[in-house]
Ligand binder design. Sequence first.
Ligand SMILES: [Fe+2]
Ligand SMILES: [Fe+2]
Length: 313
Amino acid sequence: MTVLIEQPQLEVEAREIPRETNELVLDGGFAMPKLESHGGFEAPEINSFGHSFRDYDAESERQKTVEEFYRQNHISQTYDFVKKMREKYGKLDKLEMSIWECCELLNEVVDDSDPDLDEPQIEHLLQTAEAIRKDYPNEDWLHLTALIHDLGKVLLLPSFGGLPQWAVVGDTFPLGCAFDESIVHHKYFKGNPDTYNPVYNTKNGVYEEGCGLDNVVMSWGHDDYMYLVAKENGTTLPSAALFIIRYHSFYPLHRAGAYTHLMTEEDKENLKWLKIFNKYDLYSKSKVRIDVEKVKPYYLSLIDKYFPAKLKW
Ligand SMILES: [Fe+2]
Ligand SMILES: [Fe+2]
């Protein structure tokens, strides 16, 4: 379901998206009022065009959709499920294509969890990348990371198995150890069999303190898939880039500070870059249009620098 929301341009650009631990936010940072607000739900404002741009029914309908999304996500993402998905998709036997070809392919994906994305996905990628490039002109690896961070959403396409939304987008979290309270809609883990498995339901679970996040099984989605693709195809991007790709939806870590006991010193260093990146990922959903053809040569040169011409997917 796509809810189109009319917004004056300035408001969108200036909008800050606060990210509290229990806030409803689907991938990419679209913030929603809480469903069970304790008197805190405020009727939508009249916008500067003089008419209401979010009627209550549409908003509450959307909240239900998001809540149902996380219910399914939390009961279905188990340690076993992720192991199976990593094995299946880790074969990289779907097709061969370049990074840019994948950017174009992603345009076919309609992320119906995200009403802010009424423009092509490639524009979201390039908006994020260009915004970072402006502020960090020398970190070319970060520009490319921004361009590719959401490419794993091709998992939604029939040619990639047509995975359901709950297995592609949304906040991510570790499996194989206890579900931290800071995970959005934590209550739905009551329906997850791992909650009752004594091997998985302690603070460290199957892990050891300081084992490093790379050794931690994360809930399956576009983040982990793109990480596998980049790594297995031998990217020369630095470890901070791979860290951003794999953990950019890991909000319990970068907003709530959960699971830091599993991190190495290198993880902690990389987390600094992830926090920088995330600001841009959230803010980039503006109506600033990008001239794709104009910036394409620059990004093609970065792809050439850090990736083989064709990648296995
Ligand atoms: Fe994104
Ligand atoms: Fe993402």
